[in-house]
Write a new protein. Structure first.
Lengths: 776, 200
């Protein structure tokens, strides 16, 4: 049983230490980076000193003596600096950061790992302590040893860089540090309560269900109102009947029975009215409370932007040092509330963009001076709410993008004709930066020094439900603008009925809903389409794409939802439109794994589960159904397939770049293999589980599920384990090769293998000739 | 409609009708809840005799027993929503019970049994969703009836497999005698493994 949250007995001492390390290491890291920017602000040192001191005490309590000395040395150095006895230069900050890394790593240790950890790092830690002590004594020290656990590969490089200057300058006359303008010290984070995600999900479930139930109470009020109207009518009828009888001269007994009936009715009415009123009050109260609770639970998912960006100042600082650049990094909008989930998803793309800006965007001080710029480069990260969305900007005042070079590169790559390229607007040109395969480091450095994996950024932001674009910043530099939903917890959907059941389609992914008369539908080569606004749109039954049995009877009018991806537009025929709704998104039960065409699940207004359709995935499914001709008649295709399987070997090609996919498909189909394609690992995984293949050829870098993960999954699956796998990647290093082979790939080729027969030869080596028997 | 205790019947005319309906009316969900909880507590309690509690359920025409410690609740049927591309005879879809979404599975296909015919949509529908748990994992089992909760003597569990359907043997661990007849004792861990396999 999980202990109640106020009971700490269930936590080991190491757990408590871990929590303490997390807090203090973050303080140290952020504070040290701030301090480096204004070394004379002793006010910034105080919290750092306290953090080091607390860590020393905590380490001693849990018996991690290996780091007590380290924390002590850090504290000593900080104390001297606080007293103004010395100024902390970049070298000393490096040492302190390296020390923080070791402490942080210590906090991640599991019970039983500590001895081995300290044994392994004994020398490093001793060296670090020596360096810190020397710095505190005011003597010049050597570079810190490679950090025990670098947060990123770069910091290791930075530490190993022999050119790194290290100095702790002794200060002879005591300066007046208080006069130096100190930047605002990082504010203490609001106390947050940790909560088991499962408990949170359950709380959200109950809160959501309360809203549904409270709404049901209101329905009772309506029912009571109906009864009241009935009683009213009864009363009126009694009166009318009595009058009619009197009018016909009927002698009524005394006392008048109608009067007593009407009195009874009156009493019933009054009682009912009273009750209705009270029910009405209660239900409104319940609805209000349930609504408040629900919103409160939802909003507890929101965390300040600052929580997601704590690592960035350090990242930028380390990168800048490594690259020999001066960078002033600012973060605006630290308090802006952002959904925890979005915050997590932002980490990788932001990391990517900041690295890009440091590496390629911002110039060295010398280059900047030559251009007449201030030698310190500006890098800014800003978050704000705008028009109900979260706006995030990353901008720098570096070299930006050379539009003409970009234009010629686009033409050179054969992406667009020269005459058309000349008419492209700036924003249209910038779009190319995000295309898969457009920008690899080497290629783009030639034009702009920009764009390492921007397609990855693009797909990550899109997966988080947002958009990203780039624009040139005046007078210098580049700006990335991301627009994301403030929360992923609540989305607006259209509820559409497919095969008799409701499904939720996120509004942001629907182009429009139209009605199409059957007479308007054209049929070419068994594919149906209709015209809409001058465009020919392929028509596909939604039920078939979702693999459901349609119960719809033929009608003259079809309801069609128009969905769109980057390069395709389809009309999906549905049963009917049920309405628009806001849904609270819940993740699918992890036991289900990745489910094709489904992104999440929610409860609808009636409190019943409703599947939220992954429209992007659905469009891809339509693509591949059409490509295989599977869509026409499922029965015919499955027979044809089993026949061909007997003869031809089947290869599944997985790559997110359509070009690569097509090249591979053509090469292998040309040789005589039966080839299917998938657009990423998740797509492939779903396909593999449904069909049999003799070989998988996959890329490594793909959205949703990368190739390494795909290989691992296949190797972990009892049924699929034996399938040969070939990785074909741009990554040519030995390390990448090893990574692929270790995961379980049988062969690792680079994409240059397309130019000769290598790919096909390797495939034949692995699985033999396309026709079974030919090679035996 | 539910009778309210503080309201006196207003006319004698309907009194007989009221009385007739009194015993056959549907119990209120809250009442069912309270009693399910109370009974479960009672059965989970170790009465010192070493006996264990189990719920007797009907799948097709066969009886099975589920240890009480694995039973979370018994719920009337609710709509089952299909998960596209993943629905099978075993995994039927998603159900919402008290706002929590559960994976709903039918034991018939897993056990190789036929569903009870004619029950669908009838007022006397005895089918229930039995929510079971083991090691933090939960499933909503679609069963044809939940008959009773009883205590059994572990000594009385026999290893006979004669009465157990072939496919169900893997998920059970002996047979116990219940008032309704012999029931195969379900071994939740094995059942859950089987259910997990049915998902992929």
């Amino acid at each position: 049983m999980t202990p109640p949250p106020d009971d700490l007995s269930g936590f080991s001492m190491l757990d408590l230490f871990k929590a303490e390390v997390e807090t203090h290491a973050a303080t140290l890291e952020q504070g040290l980076v701030d301090l480096e920017a204004s070394p004379s602000s002793t006010a910034l040192i105080e919290p750092l000193m306290r953090a080091a001191h607390s860590l020393k005490g905590a380490a001693r309590i849990v018996g991690l003596n290996g780091v007590v000395g380290l924390a002590h040395a850090m504290e000593e150095l900080l104390v001297k600096a606080q007293h103004g006895e010395l100024l902390l230069g970049g070298g000393a900050i490096d040492l302190l950061l390296a020390g923080t890394d070791v402490l942080r790593r210590t906090g991640e240790l599991q019970e039983g790992q500590t001895d081995a950890f300290f044994e392994e790092r004994k020398a490093d830690i001793a060296k670090l302590v020596g360096g810190l002590t020397a710095a505190a004594d005011g003597s010049a020290v050597e570079a810190p040893p490679a950090p025990a656990a670098p947060p990123a590969a770069v910091s290791q490089a930075a530490a190993a860089d022999p050119t790194t200057e290290v100095e702790a300058e002794p200060v002879a006359p005591k300066p007046k540090p208080t006069s130096a303008p100190a930047p605002a010290p990082s504010r203490a984070p609001a106390t947050a309560v940790r909560i088991d995600p499962e408990v949170f999900t359950r709380m959200l479930s109950y809160a959501g269900e309360s809203v549904v139930q409270a709404r049901r109470l209101a329905e009772h009020t309506d029912a009571f109102d109906a009864v009241r109207r009935l009683l009213d009518r009864l009363d009126a009828q009694l009166a009318a009947t009595r009058d009619r009888l009197r009018g016909e001269g009927v002698e009524l007994p005394d006392p008048d029975p109608f009067e007593s009936l009407r009195r009874e009715t009156e009493v019933a009415l009054q009682m009912l009215q009273e009750r209705t009123q009270r029910l009405d009050e209660s239900s409104r109260h319940a609805a209000d409370l349930a609504g408040r609770m629900y919103r409160q639970v939802l909003s507890s998912r929101m965390r300040p932007f600052s929580e997601g960006v704590t690592n960035f100042p350090r990242l930028v600082r380390d990168l800048a040092r490594e690259l020999g650049k001066n960078v002033k990094f600012e973060i605006e909008g630290r308090d802006v509330p952002v959904d925890r989930d979005i915050l997590e998803r932002l980490d990788a793309p932001l990391n990517h963009m900041l690295r890009n800006a440091c590496d390629h965007g911002l110039e060295t001080p010398a280059e900047r001076q030559a251009k007449g710029k201030f030698d310190v480069g500006m890098l800014r990260l800003e978050a704000r709410h705008h028009a109900g969305m979260l706006d995030i900007r990353v901008e720098d005042d570096g070299r930006g993008v050379d539009l003409e070079a970009l234009r010629s590169r686009i033409v050179e790559r054969g992406m667009i004709r020269d005459d058309i390229a000349r008419d492209l607007s700036e924003s249209e040109m910038m779009e190319f930066l995000f295309l898969p395969g457009f920008s690899t480091r080497k290629e783009v450095t030639e034009i702009s020094g920009r764009g390492v994996g921007l397609d990855v950024v693009h797909s990550m932001v899109r997966d988080a439900g947002g958009t990203v674009r780039a624009e040139r910043r005046k007078p210098h530099g580049l700006r990335f603008l991301m627009i994301l939903p403030i929360t992923r917890s609540v989305i607006r959907v259209a509820v559409l009925q497919v095969a008799g059941e409701p499904f939720a389609f996120p509004l942001t992914h629907i182009e429009s809903l139209v009605r199409v008369e059957v007479a308007q539908i054209r049929s070419i080569e068994n594919r149906q389409s209709f015209e809409l606004g001058g465009r020919e749109i392929g028509l596909v039954p939604a039920a078939e794409v979702l693999g459901l049995k349609s119960k719809r009877k033929p009608t003259d009018t079809l309801y069609v939802v128009i969905v769109k991806s980057a390069d395709a537009e389809y009309g999906l025929a549905i049963d009917r439109y049920l309405g628009e709704q806001s849904l609270v998104v819940r993740t699918l039960d992890p036991r289900l794994g990745a489910v094709a065409n489904v992104s999440a699940v929610a409860l609808d207004a009636e409190g019943q589960p409703i599947v939220i359709v992954d429209v992007q995935d659905l469009v891809r499914s339509v693509d591949s159904l059409l490509h295989d001709g599977r869509l026409r008649t499922i029965r015919a295709t499955s027979r044809a397939r089993s026949e061909s399987r007997r003869q031809r070997k089947r290869v599944l090609v997985v790559d997110d770049s359509i070009t690569v996919r097509e090249v591979e498909r053509k090469l292998l189909a040309g040789r005589g293999y039966d080839v299917d394609v998938c657009v990423d690992g998740a797509d492939a995984w779903n396909t593999l589980r449904a069909q049999d293949y003799d070989l998988v050829v996959t890329d490594v870098d793909m959205p949703r599920m990368n190739g390494i993960e795909l290989v691992r999954r296949i190797r972990d699956d009892a049924r699929l384990r034996a399938i040969p796998i070939m990785i074909v990647s741009y990554k040519e290093s030995e390390a990448d090769r090893m990574r692929g082979l270790e995961a379980g790939a049988n062969a690792y080729l680079t994409k240059s293998s397309f130019h000769d027969e290598t790919l096909v030869r390797e495939v034949v080596d692995l699985i033999g000739e396309p026709m079974a028997g030919d090679d035996e | 409609m539910e009778a309210e205790p503080d309201r006196k019947p207003t006319g004698d005319l309907q009194a007989e009708d009221h009385a007739a309906h009194l015993l056959s009316r549907e119990p209120a969900p809250a009442y069912l809840d309270a009693w399910s909880r109370a009974l479960r507590r009672e059965l989970e309690k170790d009465d010192g005799s070493g006996r264990f509690g189990a719920g007797v359920i009907k799948v097709g025409e066969e009886l099975f027993a589920v240890p009480t410690e694995n039973v979370v609740e018994v719920h009337p049927l609710v709509p089952i929503r299909t998960l596209p591309g993943r629905a099978t005879d075993v995994f039927r879809g998603l159900v919402s019970l008290r706002g929590e979404i559960h994976l709903c599975v039918s034991l018939h296909a897993l056990f190789g049994l036929d569903a009870v015919e004619g029950a669908e949509g009838q007022a006397s529908d005895a089918r229930r969703l039995l929510v079971v748990r083991s090691g933090g994992e939960r499933w909503a089992l679609l069963v044809d009836a939940v008959l009773d909760f009883e205590r059994f003597d572990p000594e009385a569990v026999r290893t006979s497999q004669v009465t157990v359907a072939k496919s169900a043997v893997h998920f059970t661990n002996g047979v116990i005698q219940t008032p309704a007849g012999p029931a195969a004792l379900i071994e939740p861990r094995r059942l859950f493994e089987g259910l997990s396999r049915s998902l992929s």
